[in-house]
Write a protein that binds this ligand. Structure first.
Ligand SMILES: [Zn+2]
Ligand SMILES: [Zn+2]
Length: 113
């Protein structure tokens, strides 16, 4: 329960564009409910999976001219053409990781065996 900071009336929950907000029926003041537990945990989980898929790479280490492969599919837009390159991301004695970048939308991801 929360009261309007402007006029002191009890605020009502509403969903606007998928976001839960509290709105004052009297003056129209509204605010986003950030601490809503359900929404919070869902968002957290998405962030986590994205982090595992999206490659965090040093742009300066990507070769200027990249070969193109048609054997992969962009996980974002479904385009079947991507630039690829190899990069050492872990210890030097481990094999380098292969990276892909979609030629269409620019999405970059890494290959997992
Ligand atoms: Zn109000
Ligand atoms: Zn793409």
């Amino acid at each position: 329960m929360r009261f309007c900071p402007k006029c002191g009336r009890l605020m009502r929950p509403r969903i606007v564009d998928g976001e839960r907000i509290l709105e004052c029926p009297n003056c129209g003041y509204s605010e986003l409910v950030k601490a809503h537990l359900e929404g919070y945990s869902v968002r957290k989980r998405i962030e986590h999976t994205n982090k595992e898929k999206i490659a965090v790479i040093d742009e300066s280490k990507i070769p200027k001219v990249l070969p193109v492969t048609r054997s992969v599919e962009c996980p974002k837009c479904g385009n079947r053409e991507a630039y690829y390159w190899m990069m050492q991301t872990r210890a030097a004695d481990e094999p380098p990781t292969r990276f892909y970048r979609c030629t269409k939308c620019g999405f970059t991801w890494r290959e997992y065996e």
